[in-house]
Design a protein around this ligand. Structure first.
Ligand code: TXA
Ligand code: MG
Length: 348
């Protein structure tokens, strides 16, 4: 399949491009586009054939439901049964933005979108281009992250072009994703709101608006039959770079010592090793393949660089990646969730 590339200029799409994009969406095609979290791979959520096209293009397992993106609150009416008080409060506080709410779906919405579940994930993105596309097409857009299944989510157009050229009808190339990690997924169908995937909005920020919020306990450790996450997608090994990544534990000083030791051991037995660190520690390692995520004092910067860094290691010949870890507070919880998965839960 030929993939058409649309380039965003001055943070907007020309009318002719928007017309062409909507034509593709209306004829059941699949279009990748930027959002503030990561790039998404979109199709008309109300068109089953189009939605099947998303699963096919990504190689995504059919038991992993999609997030449906909207560009105004009226669109909610055709998707969800009801919006309760807690949902209203949270939508007021955080939409448009990097947060997805799980609500009871209307029966008219196909189970192909929700992977057989009676609930549906909805997000109202803040990114201008994402909103312009959804609004112009006038349809809710189902969109997972625009990576091949299993790879780190794409945070720039180049990542999407590499993963999906020839597999999708079009790719809209805009700015790099500002947040760089996927949205927080919050289930509002239980007694208390529960975070099923930590992301752009932190637990602390949610609790300021709604009081106590739970976190799906299964997220702390590796998937097993006794430890099933509530969000189907969280069971898959994700974000895995080609090299074997390992996560250092302990205080930052202890981590540096451990990484130096393991770096020496691995290198003296002939292996090629990379280190994923922060600006403050770059000088501390004697290593050719070193990537800094940014300053330890700027966790937003660290978050926005994580997926790009994991992909950069794939362009090198390293066999191991030794990663520093972060505190589980604020956006740190989401960073650690992705890093643990990227490391296949290997710690040292
Ligand atoms: O930031 C984001 O959320 C990006 C951008 C494109 O919006 N999208 C994204 O989609 O990350 P995806 O498909 O890569 O991840 C969606 C996650 C999966 O873990 C999926 O299992 C979960 O949301 N999910 C979707 N519907 C669900 C539902 N009804 N109940 C529980 N989890 C659900
Ligand atoms: Mg994804």
């Amino acid at each position: 399949m030929e993939t058409v590339i649309f380039k965003v200029k001055n943070n907007s799409l020309e009318k002719e491009d928007l017309d062409n994009i909507c034509e593709i969406i209306k004829s059941s095609g699949v279009v990748a586009f930027p959002t503030e979290t990561v790039y998404g791979l979109g199709a008309n959520a109300l068109d089953v054939e189009a939605v099947k096209g998303i699963f096919k293009a990504k190689g995504r397992p059919s038991d992993n439901p999609l997030i449906v993106h909207i560009s105004n609150l009226e669109m909610l009416d055709e998707l969800v049964e009801e919006v309760g008080d807690a949902a209203k409060k949270l939508m007021d506080a955080f939409w448009p933005g990097p947060i997805t709410f799980i609500l009871k779906k209307k029966k008219e919405v196909s189970e192909t979108v929700t992977a057989g579940l009676q609930t549906i994930a909805i997000r109202f993105p803040s990114d201008k281009i994402a909103r312009d596309i959804i609004e112009y097409c006038g349809k809710p857009i189902a969109a997972p992250s625009a990576n091949l299944s299993g790879k780190p989510s794409p945070t720039n157009g180049e990542h999407v072009i590499r993963d999906l050229t020839g597999r999708v009808e079009a790719i809209v190339v805009g700015e790099d994703a500002v947040i760089g990690l996927e949205s927080t997924v919050v289930d509002l169908t239980g007694k208390y709101p529960m975070i099923l995937r930590p992301g752009g909005i932190s637990k602390e920020e949610l609790e300021k608006v709604i009081g106590q919020v739970q976190i799906d306990k299964a997220l702390n450790s590796e998937y097993s039959e006794d430890n099933k996450p509530k969000s189907p997608g969280m069971k898959y090994t994700h974000y895995a770079p080609k090299a074997e990544a390992r996560l250092a534990t302990g205080t930052r000083e202890e981590q540096v010592i451990k990484i130096k030791e393991l770096l020496n051991d691995l290198r003296s037995s002939g292996h090629s090793v990379g280190v994923l660190t922060v600006d403050e520690n770059v000088e501390k390692y004697a290593c050719d393949n070193i990537i800094s995520l940014g300053s330890i004092n700027n966790m937003d910067e660290i978050a926005s660089n994580l997926f790009k860094a994991l992909r950069e290691f794939d362009d090198t010949s390293v066999e191991y990646i030794l990663c520093e870890s972060f505190e589980n507070v604020g956006i740190g919880l989401a960073i650690m969730n992705r890093l643990k998965k990227a490391c296949g839960y290997r710690k040292f």
